[in-house]
Design a binder for this molecule. Sequence first.
Ligand SMILES: [Mn+2]
Length: 340
Amino acid sequence: MSKELFLNNFREFISQYKRVVVVSHVNPDGDAIGSSLAFYYFLLKFGIDVKVIIPNDFPSFLSWMPGISDILIFDKNQEKGVEYLNAAELICYLDFNHPSRTGLVHNDLCHCKKTPRLLIDHHRDADFSQFAAYLSDVETSSTSELVAEVIKYHGFDKYLDDNIATCLLVGIMTDTGSFSHSIYHPETFEICGELISPTVDYQLIHSNIYNTFSENRMRLLGFCINNRMTVLNDYHAAYIYLTKEDLDAFDYQIGDTEGVVNHPLMIDNVKLSVLITERQGVIRFSFRSKGDFSVHELSKEHFNGGGHTNAAGGTLNCTIDEAVDKFLRVLPQYKEMLNK
Ligand SMILES: [Mn+2]
């Protein structure tokens, strides 16, 4: 299904459904929340009964967003979440394409597999046969940009409001690291220009996202760089690891490690950065790269994950020491590529 076909048919497609659930991925980021809420507000304008479900809580730097209190956090209210899913006539996947990305929601999503699915996403390797309609483009900055395109197609003059514009700007801003990467075409800037207005203050949105650290979060960042960062010059790589004890020592809150992985890339010759964290018995990997080194391929191959060329995640069931060892064992395979 081409973008044109999706856009052309969207109005007619969506009008078949009265009750719609929008789901986004586990550990939701700015784009997951931004795209889901913007799409939520858009569907409300068609008189649709829409619910937004996220698997677990959002980071506190998003707590000011319009509509955020309308979101159902599945692990806090599973009963209601299951009720919404069972009542849905259409389930929309925003900012992910595989149900395994939905944490606790996964099981209940499988239970209603007869319910048609709609996809709006920019991640790789989607299985389009699962979807009644899909808008998927890996060369778009963010799912929020795709939602912006959908709304623009139907007329910003008719459907854009300050809530939608704010949510979309949050998604595009956060997925591009404040417009520093993942920008594939000028339309990303053009559409942001159309979202900003006298009543949608870009600088305020930016400040709400990036200048709202707790003291603990800032000190954790310092600790990561000073005490837990290893630079591997032979590989143009760097990694940071954080144990559960480290996180506890800084009274870790969801979102506190957001952006930490980007810092090693600020070193001139570092092309690959990895953050390895210990969370409730599983190890989470966060990968970032500069240039054409694909952390998607690296993670898909060795760390049960994937994502984008320059940003990907992964998980392993092991100890933190084993996780660091694994990374160090895998790295030599990529030495040539990293030294290119
Ligand atoms: Mn995204």
